[in-house]
Design a binder for this molecule. Structure first.
Ligand code: DGJ
Length: 721
């Protein structure tokens, strides 16, 4: 960190520079992007000076700076950083910086903490700007109502990062149940491109990242800036460009009317807004991946391969059937057996039972013990499904405590999947849910919880006045997860929400995996996981091999396609293996063994999504950090307009090192059709320098649609000259 004169600070890490001007009003980011090199203090000051724009006619007579929390009182007429008031007063606070602290975290992140106040408005604000070693930027704010008697009504707090004029395109994401994370590309024009989420959960349609970049930016080309709001409740993410030419990416929590009134002395803490810059989307994603992997609690590279019972048996739970399934699972190499929905009282289908977290003795006369014992005898961990925030009106819990259900008033919100949402901010409801989860987890020494959340929050009123409660609910859920983890330090948790509707770095601060989608169709997964991986490294993305026929789409895929797709995530199986014949079991066993063999590479290496000119071919791979080996996959996601895939590059390798390239035997397909052959090198492999593989590429076999092949690349013994 270099401090220039007059409070300009230069933070550098991971190929990124952040130049921040402090003092006077709130901190302003002058440069966010490529590393500017080792600047001396006067050059750091000069960066800020050279970035001050000229005054022009039209707006106010001075230059309006874009603060990290954009300040309306200075003349910022775009979306303000702070919206709030005290019965109409103090709607545009003028913060003055009182102190700036430069810190370095234990993990090596550089941090600037700015303390600012507006004495007249009786508000104080702490803004933290951090640059992690990976080059990931994070912004946080805490707003305190200093007034001795009057509350402060907070309507919004947004944190902003600047983007230059050369960012002319936006990519954001939408989605739905069974098809999460669909990208949409637009021109970045003047005005506000606003993505709002009022679902009370992150949302299948959440824009996991909002990206702005140079024309046609792609995985490997262009310059791109992106933000993510680390929050599992309502949130807002926006890209804005003013008539004065200022580009902004911003985000924060979305507060419902009247939701947040700060009492005297009370503090609101914003969700973290993350910002990543990269030359290409891959580089941007590595900043997130490396940041997440550096966390002390990041799951180790030995992710147990799991079997989840949902698509195996759905609600048809039966001790004998599931014990047999556990046996077959162990035989094929499963390491964690997860019992999904349907084990608790009254839960024979999705119309009843949620909230009654007691094992249903009609189905499990001796509790889950016989199954859990068998699972453990066979050397597997035991996982269990819960949906802690939810209640079916047809449940003992709802009958006993109708007052614990979130809703706007006397009438309840419309049901979704026959369920309502419990008010976890109610201390009694919280204590009940915590008590039941804790009891079941303790009784069976559960290793893994699949934590589901299957509906949006509609008009979530709470308390005697039935005021908006999403903010409190989100914090209560975090508290619940945190408390359970304190009590059960070994417990792992998967964040599931009708599939991938709770994928954000707020929940991932306290969970170990996300379930990316309820669609296990391998073709759909190719798209869903490609974009989920922008934010998350593969080890955090639950990815399962389903049965040949995909329940979510009715498509059929061969095992290679299903397994070769799930291979690039946190692997699991979701299929009734009792009905798999010996050949299929052996093939699954081989895939699991292959995954285990390469897990270290897959879960610590760099993920490369490759720009191949033909959109019908997905090419991606993982390259070891030391570039000694890599695995790449080639997937035909549609029929191509070309007869052959053409040369396919394998990026990320050391240009000066020679590599052996060989098809992975389990996925070395050559289509048998009218004289199709593999390229000549395919049978015996080939040795080529990294420069050739990364820059020129190799020919691969032509593929029928929805088929894949894979190659393993290993440093050859002799060094290329
Ligand atoms: C939705 C989840 O995404 C599924 O995997 C499954 O757990 C069901 N809920 C169970 O109700």
């Amino acid at each position: 960190m270099t401090t220039g004169t007059d409070g300009v600070v230069h933070l550098r890490a991971g190929g990124v520079s952040l130049v921040v001007e402090t003092g006077g009003g709130l901190p302003r980011i002058v440069h966010w992007g490529e590393d500017l090199g080792d600047l001396d203090p006067s050059s750091v000051r000069a960066v800020a000076t050279s970035s001050v724009p000229p005054v022009v006619s039209g707006p106010v007579d001075e230059v309006v700076p874009l603060a990290v929390l954009p300040e309306a009182h200075r003349g910022w007429l775009g979306t303000p950083g702070l919206s709030g008031h005290r019965r109409g007063r103090h709607f545009a606070p003028a913060f003055v910086t009182a102190a700036v602290e430069a810190q370095t975290s234990d993990g090596g992140a550089q941090r600037l903490v700015t303390h600012a106040r507006d004495d007249d408005a009786a508000l104080s604000l702490t803004v933290t700007i951090e640059l992690a070693p990976s080059g990931l930027v994070s912004l946080d704010a805490a707003l305190t109502n200093d007034h001795p008697t009057e509350p402060y009504q907070l309507d919004a707090l947004l944190l902003a990062l600047p983007v230059p004029t050369l960012a002319t395109e936006i990519v954001d994401f939408t989605g739905r149940h069974l098809r999460e994370r669909s990208p949409q590309r637009h021109r970045f024009t003047q005005g506000t491109h606003l993505r709002e989420n009022r679902r009370g959960r992150t949302g299948a349609d959440a824009t996991t990242l909002l990206l702005a970049g140079t024309p046609s930016f792609s995985f490997e080309s262009g310059e791109v800036w992106g933000v993510h709001v680390a929050w599992s409740g309502n949130h807002r993410t926006l890209a804005e460009r003013s008539a004065e030419g200022q580009g902004v990416l911003a985000g924060g929590e979305l507060l419902l009317p009247g939701e947040l009134e700060l009492a005297p002395g009370e503090t609101y803490t914003s969700p973290t807004v993350y910002g990543a810059w990269g030359r290409g989307l891959n580089a941007l994603s590595w900043r997130f991946h490396e940041y997440l992997r550096a966390r002390p609690g990041h799951p180790s590279a030995r992710r147990p391969v799991l079997l989840n019972t949902w698509e195996a048996v759905y609600f048809h739970q039966d001790v004998d059937a599931l014990t047999q399934l556990a046996d077959v699972a162990a035989d094929v190499g499963i390491e964690r057996f997860v019992l999904d929905d349907g084990w608790f009282r009254g839960r024979r289908d999705d119309t009843a039972g949620l909230g009654d977290w007691y094992v249903d003795t009609d189905v499990w006369p001796q509790g889950l013990h016989p199954l859990v014992e068998r699972v453990r005898e066979r050397g597997m961990q035991f996982g269990l499904w819960f949906e802690p925030e939810m209640v079916n009106p047809d449940s003992d819990l709802a009958r006993a405590h109708p007052e614990w259900i979130l809703g706007p008033g006397p009438s309840l919100p419309p049901e979704a999947r026959h369920q309502q949402v419990l008010d976890l901010a109610d201390p009694d409801a919280f204590a009940y849910v915590l008590g039941r989860l804790d009891a079941v987890i303790s009784e069976y020494d559960v290793d893994f919880v699949k934590w589901d959340h299957n509906r949006d929050l509609v008009a979530p009123g709470r308390g005697p006045r039935r005021t908006a409660g999403t903010h409190e609910q989100t914090l209560a859920v975090y508290r619940l997860v945190d408390t359970l983890r304190e009590r059960h330090p070994r417990l792992e948790i998967e964040s599931c929400s009708s599939g991938g509707a709770r994928v954000d770095l707020g929940i991932l601060q306290r969970t170990d995996r996300v379930w990316a989608s309820d669609s296990i169709d391998a073709l759909e997964r190719q798209h869903i996981e490609r974009w989920t991986r922008l934010l998350l490294p593969p080890e955090l993305v639950g990815s399962h091999i389903g049965s040949a026929w995909a329940a979510a789409t009715g498509r059929t895929h061969e095992l290679e396609m299903r397994a070769g797709t799930a291979f690039f995530g946190s692997l699991g199986i979701e299929r009734d293996l009792r009905h798999a014949d010996a050949e299929e079991r052996a093939a699954l066993q081989a895939w699991i063994a292959l995954y285990q063999q390469h897990q270290e590479l897959l879960h610590t290496g760099r993920f490369h999504t490759v720009d191949h000119g033909d959109p019908s071919l997905h090419v991606h791979g993982v390259v070891a950090q030391d570039q000694a080996e890599a695995i790449y996959s080639f997937v035909a996601v549609a029929t191509s307009e070309y007869a052959r895939p053409g040369l396919v590059r394998l990026p990320g390798l050391d240009p000066d090192v020679s590599y052996d390239v060989r098809p992975v035997p389990l996925a070395a397909r050559v289509e048998k059709f009218m004289g199709f052959t593999a390229p000549p090198w395919w049978a015996d492999g080939i040795t080529l320098p990294g420069s050739v593989l990364s820059r020129h590429g190799v020919q691969i076999p032509a593929l029928f649609p929805e088929r894949l092949t894979m190659v393993h690349v290993q440093r050859a013994t002799a060094v290329a000259r």
